[in-house]
Design a protein around this ligand. Structure first.
Ligand SMILES: [Mn+2]
Length: 292
């Protein structure tokens, strides 16, 4: 169930920089380190979140409160979708009998247990600050389109795959399809869920090699499927590098890679911060463009 099926558009940022942040999952402190490092200017710069702001990490509510900032834009991830499904009866009735009644849902098992902190049993409701954030989540679009022509890019949570995708005949949605969705204010229902759930392109288990570039599709920043570093597949640029994984020391995370990634669209580079390193890592990431 999705509360909001909209697709929204913004002009190119001619004054400042646009940054894309990977799946936050509550890791607000890593984001603060990164914004400090790039000297983020809230007057001129913009921050785009690929969704999954909540669950698993230390402070999900603080991540949702980013949505009150005029410089922050986000899309709905599958975790926000699960949150909305979980609270759908509450959004309609403004009454919560008991959180335990719904504790067997996927939402709680996937890291949503943080919401229990904001439950007020005696009033059969959530706290005011939680309610305010929940309404902001319900208003999130599934996709942002930014700019025109060569400057254009998109922000989604997962992938822009057509339902009939297979590896021999590449089928991803193109700018022309997306422009139609925008004009009609709707994303086709058979596509909508894939935009925040699909892992076909980014799945590490996939042995098939797909080209970086898809003609006709502008750069599309996404998250959802983590890897040690960002990567480009069919014009999708996945910036989820598993921020929450670095909370606990894990042997397979030794060495650089993993953490929270902040991508600078204009300069085609990114920085990443992890709970296991005190310094941040800067890397160039030249996007693959069509050759003329
Ligand atoms: Mn996700």
């Amino acid at each position: 169930m999705t509360m909001n099926t909209t697709i929204r558009k913004l002009p190119t940022n001619v004054l400042g920089k646009d940054y894309i942040v990977g799946d936050l999952h509550g890791c607000i402190d890593l984001l603060e380190r990164l914004l400090d490092e790039v000297q983020f200017n809230p007057e001129r710069d913009r921050l785009f979140s690929v969704g999954d702001l909540i669950d698993r990490g230390p402070d999900s509510l603080a991540c949702l409160q980013l949505l009150t900032k005029p410089w922050c834009y986000a899309v709905q991830g599958n975790h926000e979708s699960m949150l909305l499904n979980f609270f759908l009866p509450y959004l309609q009735n403004h009454y919560l009998d008991n959180l335990d009644d719904v504790n067997d849902t996927n939402f709680i098992w996937n890291g949503g247990d943080w919401v229990e902190r904001y439950f007020m049993l005696d009033q059969h409701s959530m706290t005011l600050e939680f309610d305010q954030s929940l309404l902001l989540v319900a208003d999130l679009p599934l996709m942002w389109i930014i700019g025109e022509g060569e400057q254009r890019f998109h922000v989604i949570h997962a992938e822009l795959l057509k339902p009939e995708f297979n590896y021999t005949k590449t089928q991803v949605w193109l700018d022309s399809d997306i422009d139609q969705w925008l004009a009609q204010h709707i994303i086709p229902s058979e596509t909508e869920e894939g935009i925040y759930w699909s892992r076909t392109l980014m799945s590490q288990s996939s042995k098939k090699r797909l080209p970086a570039l898809q003609a006709g599709l502008s750069f599309t920043f996404c998250g959802h499927t983590y890897a040690p570093k960002p990567r480009q597949v069919l014009s999708h640029v996945c910036v989820d590098t598993g921020a929450y994984l670095t909370i606990k020391s894990r042997s397979n995370l030794n060495g650089r890679g993993y953490g929270l990634t902040l991508f600078d669209v204009k300069n085609e580079c990114y920085i990443s911060a992890s709970y296991q390193q005190s310094d941040v890592l800067w890397c160039d990431f030249p996007l693959v463009r069509p050759t003329h």
